[in-house]
Design a protein around this ligand. Structure first.
Ligand code: PLP
Length: 384
């Protein structure tokens, strides 16, 4: 087959590749500790599971509206209005199978050949992949350890040109665990406020801010209508496999993205949408418990990583990732990652899986038990 040229521009998410390698080792009888994949290790809270079962039994097994059921969009609009302190309406919400498709659709809908998109690097790899896929120019803004992996406003300013179409921000951030404080976001807003730049604000980890509070750029006057909030159920409610997420954006863009849904998925899973309403409106103690456990594990992993010779790890402020600097081990990131996997039976991710500025780092997801985290630290020490 002769593939379309654009296929050569499509990147990937290495976490899934490392997971496959680790599974292969497990099939050979090895015991691997998984700190590579970014998904909560908890089961979905039972009230959410029960809502899905009830919905299935009630016959919610048919197509539904492309942009999501009006009940779920109403629930999401209320949730976003409350948590962001803005007035979000149901027609400004598009429900998608996971939060990830919102990146895909937003970039397809807005980025033309030659348009520039500024994105965080190290950052979620799909941003760069999708910008390239659409023929845009991916312009990385380097997140630096000495700035706690926040944006450097001066650097951002220097990257903006007449061709800048979109700015992608992500807080709490994958892979660094860094956050953008209210002050950081005010500075970013000041820089872009007079420019015709759309913001894609990836807030998928918004309920996992451990120090300070989540602040969305949509809370700044004038920014709601030019911002696409990406959020979802995967991380907050341990629902990665359910595939449920959404975007909140101006109504006009929401209609365009709904049309992309019609052309691709048709609609979301009907009974999953019922379960999502329960997730947002039902008891929150399951989500709170997971959050508290992440806070406890954060201490264990950061202390453990800092006790490894050649590693140094700053305290992440959110999400469930630690991003230690490993330059003093003398290994390049990818090589160290392979060494830990094949000789130490610990699966992590090379910082370079998140872009060129990830060299010198590894990402550890602490979505694993306290005992496994401690055991992983022991194994890494032994193999180094
Ligand atoms: N955004 C970021 C920064 C992520 O890390 C992820 C998942 O790892 C997503 C979005 C997508 O989440 P999902 O599609 O599972 O809802």
């Amino acid at each position: 087959m002769k593939y379309a040229n654009r296929m050569s521009k499509l990147g990937t998410e290495t976490a899934f590749e490392v997971l496959a390698k680790a599974k292969k080792l497990e099939a050979q009888g090895k015991h691997i500790i998984h700190l590579e994949i970014g998904e909560p290790d908890f089961t979905t809270p039972d009230n959410i599971i029960q809502a899905a079962i009830k919905s299935l039994q009630a016959g919610d097994t048919h197509y539904s509206a492309s942009n999501g059921t009006v009940e779920l969009r109403t629930s999401i609009a209320k949730y976003i209005s409350k948590t962001r302190g803005i007035d979000a309406k149901p027609d400004e919400v598009v429900v998608t199978p996971g939060g990830k498709p919102i990146m895909f659709y937003a970039i397809i809908a807005l980025v033309e050949e030659g348009d520039e998109v500024i994105y965080p690097n190290p950052g979620f790899p799909i941003y760069e992949s999708m910008i390239n896929f659409m023929g845009g120019k991916a312009v990385p803004v380097q997140l630096k350890e000495e700035k706690s992996f926040a944006f450097d406003p001066n650097e951002l300013k220097s990257l903006i040109t007449d061709k800048t179409k979109m700015l992608i921000i992500n807080s709490p951030q994958n892979p660094t665990g860094g956050i953008l404080t209210k002050d950081d976001i005010m500075k970013i807003a000041e820089i872009v406020k007079d420019k015709d730049i759309t913001i894609l604000s990836d807030e998928i980890y918004s309920r996992l801010v451990f120090d300070g509070e989540n602040f969305s750029i949509t809370q700044i006057p004038g920014f709601k209508d030019r911002t696409i909030i990406l959020d979802g159920f995967s991380k907050t409610y341990a629902m990665t496999g359910w595939r449920a997420g959404y975007g909140v954006m101006n109504e006009d863009l929401a209609q365009k993205i709904a049309r992309l849904m019609t052309n691709s998925n048709s609609c979301n899973n009907a009974f999953v949408q019922k379960a999502c309403i329960e997730a947002l409106e039902g008891p929150q103690d399951g989500a709170e418990k997971m959050r508290n456990e992440f806070i406890a594990r954060r201490e264990i992993i950061v202390e453990g990583l800092n006790s490894i010779k050649g590693f140094s790890c700053i305290m992440p402020h959110g999400a469930f990732y630690a991003f230690p600097n490993i330059t003093k081990t003398g290994y390049p990131s990818r090589e160290l990652n392979d060494h830990l996997l094949y000789n130490g039976n610990v699966a992590a991710l090379s910082g370079t899986a998140f872009g060129e500025f990830g060299e010198g780092y590894l990402r550890f997801s602490y979505a694993n038990s306290r005992d496994n985290i401690r055991e992983a630290i022991k194994r890494i020490k032994a193999v180094l």
